[in-house]
Design a protein around this ligand. Structure first.
Ligand SMILES: Cc1ncc(C[n+]2csc(CCOP(=O)(O)OP(=O)(O)O)c2C)c(N)n1
Ligand SMILES: [Mg+2]
Length: 718
């Protein structure tokens, strides 16, 4: 740790300086100086083209180092911003670990060389992997703090989480808190406000540090934040402890941090510290602040530099004399030099390593372990009833499962539960679950999709199994950054140190006669385009049971797409196949065997294809139908087998014709199975436009049975 005091303290019995003893002051100075020298060394390496990026913590060192005095590595949970080097050093991240990240070494603990420098992550110290996104951390930290309260009341969930893969990093202490930091600019992100809302609603033990250096790259704070002060804006959040402090002053920072940490530890609610700091080294090495900051302003900032200010105090107060400071600094310079030499000699990641940790190395949801036999019981259920039944069975088995989203609870006001039937989701997919499993396990969230996904990520990172709902696919977009840049990437970017195995249930699709453009969208290819995410889309109640259970039991994030039009159809119902029925991902279902033409499809088009095939059968045409069920991974073997059998193939999908999911399947068939084809690959899909409100126009836009029969006949003409 960087905190060891090797320089002899001159006057140990001397009075404290503004409440801080000499040893603590020297520890702080050591860490702050080390942090600055690591920045300087990285800058030098960047200029020598030995590393590719540098972003400094210079000017932020005092408050972040002081924060490290009150937080406990490996006990509290951390979501630190990229300027938190001094905090990370205080927590135990070594200079070598800092520089291994800078050079992108194979053994870099934060990402195995996959992320830019200063993107902290350290499983042992509970420092959760951070992306480059400026606001995503806030809602994830909320989820982590929700896990704190959940584990408190659910010890069995904690025991189950410890037994799961990466369970060695699952921990819970009764007085643990969660720390999250961000810059002045990051407070303009919606996720910051979404997080504060939930933190205050739930009185979470969450400590925010807003490091206000007056700029977000070149944008000054008075242009960024209404009124120029974030602490003024948030003061009226109920139960939020708010403090404003000169973050370059360790003494002021000390009492401010102490009080805020205590507030959170005592479970009085969340706290926010607004710390004014400086940024002497421009935004990053890719920026030159002289382009937008005046010389006067830069000079004034230099006078507030926390490092030189603390050195002066140490000498003035007799904590260290000039010579002792010089020798302490020389010792640290040496330490940095040695660490840099070691880092520069470190092994680089191999080229094949880029494919590791995209998905769980322990649990393969496409493996035969997930193949099972149904044991049917009860009356036939619709797809939506099967969603609720499967969730219920899984919740009984695994206390780590939480369910939340908009309107998913039966009734948030528990008093009302005795008198009302309960809502249980706008489609009733979660009906009865709150009543059965408790309001801590099934609850409504504020109307905030990025928050829903971000919170789920935070919970999953801590070992829980959130099954969150996005009410309609059409409204998933506020959560897109959380999905694409966080959920899918958490395991890969941390090189397997962290994971986010969230299940996101999302009603999708059209054919609603009147759903209109905002209740009918498809767009699954946007998500199959995201490595790290599993995407499934069942077309029958039986497949819902098997695939949803696999989604919950696997250790990767899963987008579980439930077609709204299929929810209550009589033709896809099934008896309950039992509480252990799973279906492996990436295994298609042959709906019907045939010899003349193959139709590869999924979702709402499966049934339409069956109807078309029955009509064609009467005309003597034999159609084979393959329901993919799982879109990423998908069953290339089954696709190839059917193409080799019939030599004529249609890919039928509800998404738009161009760039839709089936376009890629068609392209791969044309690419890899060209020799097998007796006719071109045909696509049947939606028109490249939006669904219309008028049902008649919707029919013209979405693919229908008649389009499928016409396409089959066209193919047979070749
Ligand atoms: C979501 C997102 N938008 C834009 C960026 C590009 N970007 C990186 S840092 C930054 C400014 C951040 O300012 P602030 O939060 O004040 O932090 P500071 O760098 O000043 O410490 C921007 C715009 C990003 N990384 N993420
Ligand atoms: Mg800033």
């Amino acid at each position: 740790m960087a905190s060891q005091t090797r320089v002899k303290v001159g006057k140990l019995d001397a009075p404290k300086v503004h409440g801080l003893d000499h040893e603590t002051l020297i520890r702080l100075y050591r860490t702050m100086y080390l942090s600055r020298r690591l920045d300087d060394r990285e800058i030098q390496l960047k200029r020598q083209n030995k590393i590719y990026f540098q972003i400094s913590s210079a000017g932020h060192e005092a408050i972040t180092a002081v924060m490290g005095l009150f937080l406990r590595p490996g006990v509290d949970w951390f979501y630190p911003y990229y300027r938190d080097r001094a905090l990370c050093l205080m927590l135990g991240v070594t200079p070598l670990e800092n520089l291994l990240a800078a050079v992108g070494a194979k053994d870099d603990l934060s990402s195995g060389g996959r992320q830019m420098p200063s993107h902290w992550g350290h499983a042992k110290w509970n420092i959760v992997s951070k992306s480059s996104c400026t606001g995503t951390q806030f809602v994830q930290a909320v989820g982590a703090a929700e896990a704190t309260l959940y584990y408190q009341g659910r010890p069995q969930a904690l025991a189950q989480a410890k037994k799961a893969p990466l369970g060695e990093h699952v921990s819970h202490e009764p007085d643990e808190i969660v720390y999250v930091s961000g810059g002045d600019g990051s407070t303009s992100e919606g996720e910051f406000w979404e997080s504060l809302n939930v933190a205050c609603l739930k009185k979470l033990p969450l400590l925010y540090l807003i490091e206000d250096n007056g700029y977000a790259i070149s944008v000054p704070v008075e242009v960024q934040t209404a009124g120029g002060s974030i602490s003024k804006l948030v003061r009226d959040f109920p139960g939020l402890h708010v403090a404003e402090v000169d973050g370059t002053d360790p003494f002021e920072s000390y009492s401010t941090c102490k009080e805020a940490v205590q507030y959170c530890r005592e479970r009085r609610g969340p706290a926010l510290i607004h710390a004014h700091v400086t940024r002497p080294y421009s935004h990053s090495l890719s920026d030159d602040e002289k382009l937008y900051k005046s010389a006067d302003e830069r000079e004034e900032e230099a006078r507030r530099d926390p490092l030189s200010k603390l050195a002066l105090v140490l000498v003035r107060e007799g904590v260290l004399d000039q010579k002792q400071i010089e020798s302490l600094e020389a010792e640290i310079d040496n330490q940095v030099r040695e660490a840099a030499d070691q880092a520069l000699a470190a092994e680089e990641p191999s080229v094949d390593s880029i494919r590791t940790n995209v998905y769980s190395p322990e649990v393969d949801p496409s493996s035969p372990a997930f193949a099972s036999q149904p044991h049917f019981h009860g009356a036939p259920k619709t797809m939506v009833e099967m969603v609720a039944a499967t969730l219920s069975d899984e919740m009984a088995r695994d206390e780590r499962i939480t369910i939340f989203g908009e309107d998913v609870a039966d009734a948030s006001r528990e008093d009302s539960l005795k008198h009302v039937k309960g809502k249980g989701g706008v489609f009733k997919a979660t009906a009865g679950l709150q009543r059965k499993y408790g309001s801590d396990r099934v609850f409504n969230s504020p109307l905030a999709e990025a928050g829903i996904v971000g919170r789920a990520i935070g919970m999953a990172t801590r070992g829980l199994k959130p099954v969150a709902e996005i009410q309609f696919f059409d409204y998933i977009w506020p959560a897109m950054m959380q999905i694409r840049d966080e959920l899918c990437v958490m395991r890969w970017r941390s090189n397997g140190a962290f994971k986010a195995p969230v299940v996101l249930r999302v009603p999708i699709g059209g054919y609603l006669t009147g759903g209109g453009v905002y209740h009918s969208q498809s767009g699954e290819s946007i998500f199959t385009h995201c490595p790290g995410l599993r995407v499934v889309m069942p077309s029958t109640a039986l497949d819902v049971a098997g695939l949803l259970r696999t989604a919950i039991r696997c250790d990767d994030p899963v987008l579980f797409l439930e077609h709204k039009h299929l929810y209550r159809q009589p033709y896809n119902r099934s008896e309950n196949p039992g509480p252990d029925f799973t279906i492996p991902f990436g295994k298609a279902r042959t709906v019907k065997e045939g010899t003349d033409v193959s139709i590869i499809t999924y979702g709402a088009l499966v049934h339409r294809t069956e109807v078309a095939a029955a009509q064609l059968e009467r005309e003597g045409i034999s159609v084979e139908i393959v329901d993919l069920r799982s879109l990423s991974p998908y069953d290339w073997e089954s696709i190839a087998d059917t193409v080799r059998k019939t030599h004529r193939v249609i890919v039928a999908y509800e998404d738009m014709l161009s760039w839709g999911y089936g376009a890629e399947i068609a392209a791969r068939i044309a690419d890899e199975l060209f020799e097998e084809l007796d006719a071109p690959v045909k696509r049947v899909a939606a028109t490249d436009t939006f669904c219309a409100y008028q049902p008649k126009l919707e029919d013209a836009i979405l693919p229908q049975t008649s389009h499928i029969t016409a396409a089959v006949k066209q193919l047979l003409e070749y």
